[in-house]
Write a new protein. Structure first.
Length: 272
């Protein structure tokens, strides 16, 4: 049995215990948004006020036992990612049977994502050369879902002894706010520097911006804006930081990175 399965089952039990009082689809969606807001408000000062108001609006809909369930779910998700990084929330979402098949909501099995990530990473030496020249590699995911492809790419880099927390930056987009919240949570827990957007990659419409703690704390707004990154930056100058727990508050976060144009129709996850 995969080590994360026990924690996934615990999350499912928590939803089952409260599902008779609330619509399961709405309960899951609100839970994901509350967790995403909690993480964002620990570091993203610019968005804190309106997200805090949104947090209080959502919490006000539920009774005390249900509200107390939300941090327990975050704890189980964190432990699942700590035991075996992967698409934990995609597995939970599918197991709850609340995905909308009519809207084409299907989550790619994580082993398939791992295979695709290895193909995307390709020649490790080429990735190392790009990092040596630029300081990092960038990945674009125009329909990120819960973030499985990005997580698999980060793990593929880690397996190649490349510290993704320092040398990978992700731009991810999805039209479904719920999917964006799920991806944002998982990227945050795995400390993946990322700019996650609610928007339409085909029409270039963007409605919300979510910057992971790794993006803000790592000063990625400045790194991405540099015309010429520092040459010869070491590829793995430090071990990967712990995945569990949230980072400390940031007194003065970096300003948000400029919005990148959305990819053209049919573009897939790619390194550049």
């Amino acid at each position: 049995m995969p080590p994360q399965d026990r924690h996934i089952r615990n999350v499912l039990k928590l939803f089952d215990a409260h599902g008779h009082r609330h619509d399961r689809y709405t309960l899951f969606s609100d839970c994901m948004e509350l967790i995403a807001i909690s993480i964002s408000n620990s570091v993203d000062i610019r968005s804190r006020d309106h997200r805090e108001a949104r947090y209080l609006e959502i919490v006000g809909r539920y009774d005390r036992p249900t509200v107390e369930m939300f941090p327990r779910i975050l704890g189980e998700i964190t432990m699942a990612q700590e035991s075996a990084p992967g698409d934990v929330l995609g597995s939970i979402f599918t197991a709850l049977e609340i995905h909308n098949k009519n809207r084409g909501q299907f989550f790619t099995p994580y082993p398939v994502c791992q295979m695709m990530a290895e193909v995307t990473l390709g020649d490790v030496q080429s990735a190392r050369a790009l990092i040596a020249d630029k300081g990092y590699v960038s990945a674009m995911e125009p329909a990120c879902g819960a973030g499985a492809m990005v997580i698999a790419l980060a793990q593929a880099m880690l397996a190649a002894d490349i510290n993704y927390q320092r040398h990978l930056h992700v731009t991810a987009v999805d039209i479904d706010p719920r999917a964006v919240h799920m991806a944002y949570i998982q990227f945050s827990l795995l400390h993946i520097p990322a700019h996650v957007m609610v928007g339409n990659s085909l029409s270039n419409e963007v409605r919300e911006h979510w910057f992971t703690p790794a993006h803000i704390l790592g000063g990625w707004a400045a790194r991405l804006a540099r015309p010429q990154p520092h040459p010869n930056e070491p590829i793995s100058e430090a071990p990967v930081e712990p995945r569990s727990g949230l980072p400390p508050r940031l007194p003065s976060p970096q300003p948000p990175a400029p919005v990148r144009p959305a990819p053209a129709r049919g573009e897939q996850l790619s390194l550049f």
